[in-house]
Design a protein around this ligand. Structure first.
Ligand code: R5P
Length: 294
């Protein structure tokens, strides 16, 4: 306890200066609690955008190209990302604990690629998310799938738990093979996820009316990369996504399956945060990768 003797009376109250008010820049998050805002502000930079690196694929498909060794393939890329999306097993085993990036931790799972992928359950509790210092947890939601209600229920349970702990939920739209990734479907899925309480939604880009999907969703939309494309096409998708109002990208294979993943994630970052065009980002990619067009 401070020594009471020698205490100097307070006098500089700046009575003519109104108390600070803090608006909040993340879409739909103005009424959230302090801890939620702190965590969201670790994921989204003050420009409201994020570059998230996704490498949680092993939770259902085991090792895949580019993810053979998370400590060697992915950990060195962390410095280029605002947020890392992975499993708790990946973080605890393969990433140093002194990293500064926010962690978005996969919290649904169950079936492998050998089974019905939509049959997921909650695979991690919110206490462990707090323990591992998660800035958010990610839950897959299968709107239109056979296990739609179950997957929505997984998410809503985690939203409730997250509100207790101040940890946001990223609802991930999983589009089954027989569903079409158009604005009608993506608008439906993203809106359902946001209205049921997720503080962010990850979804796919679609060429037509993607801006309607973004506008109709009251929380930030982060666009998933999907299967590997030509480098320039992937950058073009990133560029069109943010131009349509997306709050960033959460790319996996389009980064870690390249000859130069570090060059690609920096090029994506230039689009998301620095206003680079597709062409200038592609030039940057070629430059940083030593001309590797892969
Ligand atoms: C898949 O279920 C995971 O959420 C991946 O993180 C997601 O698909 C993004 O990875 P990619 O850009 O490789 O599609």
């Amino acid at each position: 306890m401070a020594d009471l003797e020698g205490n100097i009376d307070a006098k500089n109250f700046n009575t003519d200066v109104p108390a600070s008010e803090f608006g909040f820049y993340v879409k739909g998050a103005g009424n959230l609690d302090y801890g939620m805002k702190r965590r969201l502000s670790r994921i989204f930079r003050p420009d409201g955008r994020t570059v998230m690196l996704a490498f949680d694929h092993g939770y259902f498909q085991g090792p895949t190209r580019g993810l053979e060794r998370l400590d060697l393939n992915i950990a060195p890329l962390a410095k280029y990302a605002d947020a890392l999306m992975g499993t708790r097993g990946a973080f605890r085993t393969s990433f140093p604990a002194d990293g500064t990036q926010s962690l978005v931790v996969r919290a649904s799972g169950g079936p492998s690629i050998l089974k019905d992928l939509s049959d997921e359950r909650i695979a991690m509790d919110m206490q462990d998310a707090a323990r591992i210092d998660a800035s958010a947890v990610a839950i897959q939601v299968f709107v239109g799938g056979e296990k739609e209600t179950q997957s929505v229920h997984n998410m809503t349970q985690m939203v409730d738990a997250g509100l207790n702990y101040g940890i946001p939920v990223l609802g991930v739209t999983a589009v089954g093979r027989d569903l079409v990734r158009n604005s009608r479907y993506l608008g439906l899925a993203t809106r359902i996820i946001a209205e049921l309480g997720a503080q962010m939604v990850k979804t796919y880009y679609c060429e037509e009316d993607f801006e309607d999907v973004v506008s109709g969703c009251p929380v930030p939309i982060i666009v998933a990369g999907g299967k590997k494309l030509e480098a320039k096409d992937a950058l073009d998708m990133a560029s069109k996504s943010v131009a349509a109002g997306a709050a960033g990208l959460d790319m996996g294979r389009n980064i870690f399956q390249r000859v130069s993943p570090a060059a690609m994630i920096q090029a994506v970052g230039a689009i998301v945060h620095d206003g680079a065009t597709t062409d200038s980002a592609y030039e940057m990619y070629l430059d940083l990768s030593g001309g590797a067009n892969d």
